[in-house]
Write a protein that binds this ligand. Structure first.
Ligand SMILES: Nc1nc2c(c(=O)[nH]1)N[C@H]1C(S)=C(S)[C@@H](COP(=O)(O)O)O[C@H]1N2
Ligand SMILES: [Mo]
Length: 386
């Protein structure tokens, strides 16, 4: 309802929007292939993001964001074209609908996260839901391709027009991605304190007061230092078993355990930032021993290339030898003894690596020639099988 004048205005706006859509919308098959390409980029950078945390890897997250936002326009063109097909619902179409829902859900949770949203799903949060929805797209997309694959042909391209359309659409995506940063600061949302990885700050510099996180199900009983030793094995000159007193700062726990015949180590301190893929980060001064000092004490074979850190739970991760030497096996955080949840008596501090690689409750350091591929599986199942 409204006056004839209103109708005139809204009519004109509608005509203008329709014209803009016609102007910007690529050939249908090109829309489909662009959607596929953008989904691939978003999925690959999403997975790669789990392994990225150093500032020079920021492009991974920028690409993820820009491609995600660009997806919206192509999704709109596509849905406008196919919405009539829903009248007759087949299994293939139902799965396509599910794929659209998962994609829109992943986009919505991603945007919500960027603007500071949170969600409490028991052990999981909003970012985990975002990842879950994204992963759900993978099999649905594979199935969709087997049913609906249509090759691109050169007639789908319209030269300059197509080039301009893509410049406008992806440019708009990049601009929107840039503007969200300013919008976040302006509105002062919880999203404004994000790192380039998307993680938000919590508990930095405050000892043990930061979240305790298990990747999936690792939840061992507290480790008693009287039953615990740090074993150094693999390609080393002289394998060693060290008591807590040998790896902890000299002023602490002298009476706790009989020293082995090894010299104890210089206290090493490193300020490093733990960035968990579930969306938080915390920066601390970690005290412990430098892995390089430990390796020097036992001697490393010439053909050693990897150092694996193994938890009492079976959880394990490897670092290349040179990087491992600079890592820390921490007994303390900000001068406080590590709490059980944070990995007492010993946890790996691997600067620049994502949190899941900072193995807690370390009981063995293993020097190897080749990387142990099974650790990928161990990260997921450790704690589950018990
Ligand atoms: N043994 C073991 N180490 C582990 C984990 C685990 O589940 N088991 N979780 C990892 C994950 S996902 C993160 S983010 C950090 C979290 O360390 P925090 O619990 O001290 O915050 O530890 C990592 N080290
Ligand atoms: Mo994590």
């Amino acid at each position: 309802m409204g006056t004839p004048g209103d109708r005139g205005t809204s009519g004109r706006v509608r005509t203008a929007l329709a014209r803009l859509r016609t102007l910007l919308s690529p050939h249908p098959r090109l829309v489909d292939w662009s959607l596929f390409a953008l989904l691939l980029v978003v999925l690959l950078t999403g997975v790669l993001g789990f392994l990225s945390g150093r500032p020079d890897e920021a492009w991974v997250f920028a690409t993820h964001g820009v491609a995600g936002i660009s997806l919206v326009a192509f999704l709109y063109f596509k849905l406008r074209r196919v919405r009539g097909r829903l009248a007759e619902l087949t299994v293939t179409r139902a799965l396509s609908v599910l794929m659209v829902l998962a994609t829109v859900g992943a986009l919505a949770t991603g945007v919500w996260w960027v603007f500071g949203g949170t969600l409490d799903l028991g052990p999981w949060g909003l970012l985990n839901l975002h990842v879950g929805l994204g992963l759900l797209v993978v099999p649905l997309l594979a199935y969709h391709l087997t049913r609906r694959f249509r090759p691109l042909s050169s007639t789908d391209f319209e030269g300059r027009r197509t080039a301009l359309q893509y410049t406008a659409l992806v440019g708009a995506g990049a601009l929107a991605w840039r503007l969200q940063g300013s919008a976040n600061r302006l509105l002062d949302t919880a999203g404004a304190t994000r790192r380039f990885t998307g993680s938000r700050e919590t508990g930095s510099g405050d000892g043990n007061a930061f979240p305790v996180t298990a990747w999936v199900a690792d939840d061992p009983d507290p480790v008693s230092v009287s039953d615990w030793t740090l074993s150094v094995r693999g390609l080393v000159g002289s394998p060693a078993d060290l008591a807590y007193a040998a790896v902890s700062p000299a002023h602490e726990d002298r009476a706790l355990a009989v020293r082995t015949d090894r010299a104890s180590f210089a206290v090493h301190e490193d300020r490093a930032l733990l960035d968990c893929t579930s969306g938080w980060y915390s920066e601390h001064d970690w005290q412990g021993l430098r892995v390089g000092d430990l390796l020097d004490a036992v001697g490393v074979h010439e053909d050693a290339a990897w150092v694996q850190f193994r938890s009492v739970t079976g959880y394990r991760w490897s670092l290349p030898l040179a990087e491992a030497r600079d890592a820390t096996l921490a007994t303390h955080v900000d001068g406080d003894r590590l709490a059980h949840g944070h990995g007492f008596p010993l946890r790996l501090v691997a600067p620049g690596r994502r949190g899941f690689q900072w193995v807690k409750w370390v009981e063995e350091v293993r020097v190897t020639r080749r990387r142990d591929r099974s650790e990928w599986l161990a990260v997921f199942v450790s704690g589950v099988e018990e």
